[in-house]
Ligand binder design. Structure first.
Ligand code: PS7
Ligand code: MN
Ligand code: MN
Ligand code: MN
Ligand code: MN
Length: 350
């Protein structure tokens, strides 16, 4: 779309929607369909966190500089005119930070109740990311739950805060931190599963060591799971992490059941449906270790979006995925000597 001239008062807002569509495939559409009161705050929240993540992801930034920017990002939101040109040319969203002053202007124009939520979550996420880039590793399941809390669970808490502050949503959401956090955890754990090959290549994998250690040959690193001769081990590890992620589904259904506003419901449900379809696609699937960038089919995504209109339809889709995953689970019994998660997957499906 065309952007008004820099002198126009609409310039900053138009640039933000240009950046939203530029940086996000899935979120751009559901954000723009939100009711007017929430659309702009959620768009700015998205761009702020996308900027923060672009700093986190860049493995070419000097570590001390990266940590400094991550920790102070929530204060940068008040610095009119701030831009950041230090990202390497490979960072796909670097242009957002090169023009970040437009996001700051729009942030400063939001109602205080929205600015408070966004700044608080940005502060906590930046601090958490900084801990993990400066030496903290994802070893135990607790570490895995903490990292995913920082980068996604906090998004669930923040969005819930925005929904309630807008007056458009169920006030009961206010005391639902546990399930709001788990809405984010489910999305992020699926993202971490599916990005195995790309993240391993970049040296920033988030699969918990305590889990992958159970499956790699003695003394080997996690990259061993990408070798064809270790495919059985890799699938067993993948299935273990799928079982862990599937445990979050009941909380996600509880959260979605509380939503009252149609546009908020679809905003929350569409990413969840993509995530459950993605787990279904990758459960026990060798492709995850063989080709990066593999996704669910476009036609399936369109069908899920069409069926995301109400909770009964969403529950039906989950029910069918539970049956189908359970079926895949049953058919693989006894085919993989390393696989020990049959029972857990079966339980999650029931
Ligand atoms: C609705 C209660 C503010 C809408 C939506 C930018 C995606 C990017 O993509 O591996 O592989 O590079 O680096 C709960 C979204 C959680 C987050 C986390 C739903 C902000 C989003 C910054 C809660 C999205 C989980 C990094 C951090 O992983 O990613 C409800 C809005 C939601 C952004 C996501 C992503 C984390 C991330 P990639 P990474
Ligand atoms: Mn990222
Ligand atoms: Mn990241
Ligand atoms: Mn990722
Ligand atoms: Mn990534």
């Amino acid at each position: 779309d065309s952007v008004p001239p820099r002198s126009s008062s609409d310039y900053n807002r138009a640039m933000c929607y240009y950046f939203l569509n530029f940086t996000s495939r899935s979120f751009a559409r559901v954000i723009q369909e939100l009711d007017a009161e929430l659309r702009h705050p959620v768009c700015i929240f998205y761009l702020v966190l996308r900027g923060l993540d672009t700093v986190e992801d860049d493995m070419t930034l000097p570590l001390d500089r990266k940590v400094e920017v991550l920790r102070s990002f929530w204060q940068i939101l008040e610095k009119r005119g701030w831009t950041f040109t230090e990202n390497g040319p490979q960072e796909k969203d670097r242009v957002l930070l090169v023009d970040f002053d437009v996001v700051i202007e729009e942030f400063l124009g939001l109602k205080e109740k929205y600015r408070e939520v966004i700044a608080d979550i940005t502060k906590r996420m930046g601090a958490g990311m900084a801990d993990f880039v400066s030496g903290k590793k994802v070893v135990t399941l607790d570490d895995y739950n903490l990292y995913t809390h920082y980068v996604a669970g906090l998004v669930g808490l923040g969005l819930t805060g925005l929904f309630v502050a807008s007056g458009l949503e169920n006030p009961k959401l206010e005391n639902q931190d546990k399930i709001a956090n788990e809405m984010g955890l489910f999305l992020q754990k699926v993202n971490i599963l599916k990005d195995f090959l790309t993240d391993v290549k970049e040296g920033r994998l988030f699969w918990p060591q305590a889990v992958w250690e159970l499956y790699v040959p003695k003394g080997a690193g996690v990259e061993a799971l990408a070798k064809p001769e270790n495919l059985d081990r890799a699938l067993a590890c993948l299935n273990h992490l799928c079982a862990d992620a599937l445990d979050l589904v009941p909380s996600c259904l509880d959260y979605m059941s509380l939503l009252k506003n149609q546009s908020v419901f679809q905003f929350a449900a569409i990413p969840q449906l993509m995530a459950i379809a993605t787990i279904h696609h990758f459960f026990n699937n060798p492709l995850l270790f063989q080709q990066s960038g593999n996704k669910i089919r476009r036609g399936l995504a369109v069908k899920l979006i069409e069926q995301s209109t109400d909770i009964e339809s969403v529950k039906r889709i989950y029910y069918n995925y539970a049956l189908s995953i359970n079926d895949k689970n049953g058919r693989r019994v006894g085919t993989n000597p390393y696989d020990e998660s049959f029972l857990r997957v079966s339980l999650a499906c029931s």
